[in-house]
Structures are given as C-alpha cells and as structure tokens.
Design a protein around this ligand. Structure first.
Ligand code: DX5
Ligand code: ZN
Length: 226
C-alpha cells in the first residue's frame, strides 16, 4: 500500500457557528484542510451554510478549504465554491448524472475535484471514473448530521478504492468522513484512507489543535505498523 502522509480535516459542522472565524483559527497551523459541510435541506434533511459564509471565511484563514457539498444539482452550484477559492470541492455521486463533466468544470475553475459516496451507494460503478478526480470521499456514516456512530463495515469500500488506486497508480486522496475519532481513525488508516474528516473529535475537545495532532499521529502509526 502506497499512502502519502495523512491529511486531517476538522469539520466546522461541530464548531460554534456564532464564532466561526475564531474556531477556524483554533486549528490554524495544525489542520491540513478545513472541512466545510454544505447541506441544502433537499439532498439531506439538514441545512447548514452556503456560499456567502464560505466567501467570508475564506478571508479569515490560510487553511485550504475542503468543501463537502451535500446538495442537489451540484452542477449549478459547485463551480461557485471553486471560484470562491476552495482548494477541493466534493459533490455526491448520488446527486449528479455526469460526475466527470462536473469534475472537469471544477478543475478548470482552479479547484481539486472530489467525488463523495454515501453510506448506501456501492463504490464499484465509480472506480473507473477516478482518474477524473483528486479526492474520493467515502462516508463512514449516512451523510447529513455530525456526531453519528462510525460504521466499520463501510471500510470495505475504502479497501476496494485503495486497491484500485494503487494498482492504477492514481494520484487520489481517499478521504473518510463520519465518526472519525481516536478510537476509529486507526482502522480507517489501515484500510487505506489517507485523509480524515473529524468534527466532534476536534471541536468537542478542550484543545482542538491538539486533537488534530493526536489524530494525525494515530493515523501515521496505523499505516507504519500495517
Ligand atoms: C456529516 C458530515 C461530516 C460531519 C462529521 O454528513 O459530512 O463531515 O461533520 O462529523 P463527526 O466527525 O462528528 O462524525
Ligand atoms: Zn462532511
């Protein structure tokens, strides 16, 4: 298994929305990416933040943004997040009938392109699309809410993706999202994930930056010992 150094992406979904800039600065210098969950009350029942908040927040930090769009009609909205300076824009496979075309649009708008696979979606039909993508986000819960319990069975998709990425020598991050914490990150890393979203485990901690460093250390050790 060839895995680059792990990325840890705190999810601001678990932060205090009344103090977003401060909460983001609390992980500056520790976080590799900042995970921004955009939910539209259609693709998922929950409703969070959208483009204006991302635009304002972009000016408040140096951390690259990893935008996770849980929205319907991503072809209409996703490029706006790339234009707003997001480093990576991920949309859901279930919400898009031409993922490769949207990945191209995102790349031409200057962002990395990410494909997200929700809990009940098999990975196999999407493996052949991966050369068009920079990140593959595999949900380890059902998308929609933070603070849910990690589902270890979903790591089978991570293993399948890792085999495919390694055998095809693809340059692609395999990211896991949902229930990632000190007691779950090692198994996700051993399965082949190399980017880790963590909401509750970071913003529920007394020292969010320290929580990020601890998670990265655990992921590194799990891969070194694999
Ligand atoms: C849920 C979001 C996640 C969420 C994870 O649909 O995509 O990014 O913030 O939160 P935790 O880490 O608490 O499971
Ligand atoms: Zn997310």
């Amino acid at each position: 298994m060839t895995v680059p150094p792990p990325i840890v992406a705190p999810s601001i979904l678990a932060a205090d929305f009344a103090r977003l800039a401060e909460e983001v600065r609390a992980v500056e210098g520790a976080a590799d990416w900042l995970h921004v969950d955009v939910m539209d009350n259609h693709f998922v029942p929950n409703l969070t933040i959208g483009l204006p908040v991302v635009q304002s927040l972009r000016a408040a930090t140096q951390i690259p943004f990893d935008v996770h769009l849980m929205i319907t009609d991503p072809r209409r909205w996703a490029p706006g997040y790339a234009d707003a300076g997001a480093y990576n824009v991920t949309f859901h496979a279930e919400a898009c009938d031409d993922p490769v075309a949207l990945a191209k649009d995102l790349r031409s708008a200057g962002a990395k392109a990410g494909l997200a696979i929700d809990r009940d979606t098999p990975i196999e039909p999407y493996l052949e699309l991966l050369p068009s993508f920079d990140t593959l986000l595999i949900m380890t819960i059902k998308a929609g809410f933070g603070g849910q319990r990690f589902i270890p069975q979903l790591l089978e998709k991570v293993r399948a993706a890792r085999r495919h990425v390694d055998s095809g020598h693809l340059e692609l991050r395999i990211e896991v999202d949902g229930g990632i914490a000190a007691d779950t990150i090692e198994q996700a890393a051993a399965a082949g994930a190399d980017a880790f979203v963590a909401g509750t485990a970071v913003y529920g901690a007394a020292d969010p930056a320290e929580a990020v460093r601890r998670l990265r250390g655990l992921a590194e050790r799990a891969v070194a010992g694999a």
